[in-house]
Design a protein. Structure first.
Length: 249
């Protein structure tokens, strides 16, 4: 493996928690994100991933672990792009981000991600994490100087949308293809999946929604109870039909 930046060694083999909330969600404010980060660190998180300079500034005040900074915004094609300009990356570093993550998928590359990656490393002097969806994108990002590659966008691009579950095999494939640390991120819902990511060769694991989206956790419990309630309904009737070769019963 190539040289690992010292700041990244702080979360080797450990958990990074993505503290983000979308507009309209109950916890969409900087103070809430800072409290989530505090709780995550208290629980053992060794790093935080956060969106936007305001959230990062609030988190920096209460957490001393490495912060991976991003800024999500709509690009010209109408879809969200992660850290789509050098100026935004500079704002994130000024707010307290230690590492910058960029969309380095094929789409991100069409928006200048690889050139931006090189400039961030050169002018801001911080490591860059390449968010990718395929092995080929990871290799391209590494060749451009990425310090880490993350599976963040697996399943969220046109050519990987069939991937809807966490894939340890993909993490293993990434780990074989690149010589920089591989960060497992995306659809990691339970501790066993996080452990399987390390076993597959991940350097660290990012978990977001399973920890910082209480509405989704609540939804899973509520739906389970609703399904069980339907099964217990005394008015429920089941009809079985035997379609045989000679008789229908």
């Amino acid at each position: 493996m190539t040289r690992i930046p010292d700041i990244c060694r702080q979360f080797q083999n450990r958990l990074i928690v993505s503290c983000q909330a979308s507009e309209g969600e109950a916890f969409r404010d900087c103070d809430s994100m800072a409290r989530f980060a505090q709780a995550a660190v208290a629980g053992g998180a060794a790093g935080i991933r956060a969106n936007g300079a305001e959230d990062i500034g609030a988190i920096r005040k209460v957490a001393r672990v490495p912060i991976i900074g991003i800024r999500k915004a709509l690009a010209a094609d109408g879809h969200v792009l992660i850290t789509g300009s050098f100026e935004w990356a500079a704002e994130l570093v000024a707010a307290g981000a230690d590492i910058i993550a960029l969309d380095c998928t094929a789409r991100g590359q069409r928006y200048g991600a690889l050139e931006r990656l090189e400039r961030v490393r050169r002018e801001l002097a911080v490591p860059v994490m390449a968010d990718i969806a395929t092995v080929e994108e990871a290799v391209s990002a590494m060749a451009a100087g990425a310090d880490l590659v993350a599976s963040t966008l697996r399943g969220y691009t046109a050519d990987t949308e069939a991937s809807t579950q966490f894939e340890p095999a993909f993490i293993a494939e990434l780990a074989r293809a690149v010589t920089v640390p591989v960060i497992a991120e995306g659809r990691v819902h339970i501790p066993e999946q996080a452990a399987s990511a390390l076993a597959a060769g991940a350097f660290a694991v990012v978990v977001g929604e399973a920890i910082t989206k209480p509405q989704l956790t609540t939804q899973r419990f509520a739906r389970s109870l609703e399904a069980q309630t339907r099964l217990l309904d005394p008015s429920l009737r089941v009809i079985g039909i035997d379609l045989g070769a000679t008789n229908t019963k």
